[in-house]
Write a protein of this length. Structure first.
Length: 347
């Protein structure tokens, strides 16, 4: 019995090569290579002619081959716990915009569980994705655990963390922001300020909590018991119902705007007026915070600048040489709106 061998499928047509582009543009292949790799030692008119030839022919540079030649993939790895919080999303947006402007792409690997194993697995995943460096957006003390090994041999920048001294850190000024919020309420005449903190294990939450406490103590004021939320408006609402039934509470500093929104909703439902009965300050300055009822006094964080600085520091390490680990702190400011006022007993 004779076996019939099916005909081999025809090979796909070869795409345009660098030589094809060079021929059409009337330049050497070395010139095409320089344009494809973004080098600047090409006359503008020649560059335009090469780019036009690439477009007409449908030429796409081979990124893999380029990476082999240059030793760079022009890809930055990002790992983070959650995409659901306002701060993380805004910071990630700032990172991606800055990376794109520098000609780098982004590979995102989320970490679902705040465990050493999960973080280490994310690092391994990113290294396998061929990245030139990594930015960590992990709001947890876990990163500072000496048992957590960050990727060896790769530039790393950490956002919203900071006890480790062996990697650069970029962060908004959490301490100053909480001080400004607490000080503002004290200056209005409130005897003390209650605090709705973020979740345990979060660096922003712990820094804001510590600064709130230190500011009260510096002024000789009582430090009330802490309320603990989880960054969500739902947790703020649940705590706000308790706050609403405690007439001694006249000033509240919420660790983020979402929880402040939940607190305000609960106060409205309970018949407590803002700011006549209770003053509220948030933290973040969400785009919607000026549309709260009433508009929310809050601490403005520059997430775009945090993202930009993270990329700048990382690219300095990638493209030049390792730098001395630094802490880059981005200034914050207090935005005054209608949710704060003098306490009910004030004249």
């Amino acid at each position: 019995m004779t076996e019939t061998i099916p005909p081999r499928a025809p090979r796909p047509a070869r795409g345009p090569s660098m030589a094809d582009v060079a021929e059409r543009a009337g330049v050497s292949t070395q010139t095409v290579s320089r344009v494809a790799n973004g080098l600047t030692n090409v006359e503008p008119a020649t560059r335009d002619r090469v780019l036009q030839a690439m477009q007409v022919l449908g030429y796409r540079p081979n990124k893999a081959a380029r990476a082999l030649r240059s030793g760079r993939f022009r890809n930055i790895g990002i790992t983070m716990f959650t995409l659901s919080t306002y701060g993380n999303m805004r910071t990630l947006d700032g990172i991606t915009v800055a990376a794109a402007a520098a000609g780098y792409s982004i590979t995102l690997v989320p970490v679902r569980d705040p465990t050493q194993e999960a973080v280490s697995s994310a690092f391994t995943n990113l290294v396998e994705q061929a990245v030139d460096g990594i930015i960590l957006l992990i709001e947890a003390h876990l990163v500072d655990n000496s048992e957590v090994e960050l990727p060896p041999g790769l530039p790393v920048v950490v956002v919203d963390s900071g006890a480790r001294a062996d990697y650069p850190v970029v962060d908004n000024d959490q301490t100053e922001g909480a001080r400004l919020a607490t000080q503002h309420l004290l200056d209005l005449g409130h005897d003390t300020v209650w605090h709705v903190a973020g979740p345990e294990g979060s660096y922003p939450a712990s820094r804001r909590h510590e600064s709130w406490r230190d500011t009260l103590q510096a002024h000789g004021r009582a430090v009330p018991p802490l309320f603990r939320g989880d960054w969500t408006a739902a947790s703020g609402h649940a705590l706000g119902l308790e706050i609403a039934h405690r007439p001694e509470i006249t000033a509240v500093f919420a660790a983020n705007d979402a929880m402040a929104l939940g607190i305000m909703s609960a106060l409205h439902e309970s018949g407590r007026r803002i700011p006549q009965d209770v003053s509220i300050v948030g933290f973040d300055d969400m785009a919607e915070s000026d549309s709260f009822w009433p508009p929310l006094t809050t601490v403005h964080q520059d997430f775009d600048l945090v993202g930009q600085r993270s990329i700048e520091i990382l690219l300095e390490e990638i493209e030049h040489a390792p730098i001395v680990p630094v802490r880059s702190i981005v200034p914050v400011r207090l935005v005054l709106r209608a949710s704060t006022g003098t306490p009910p007993h004030a004249p």
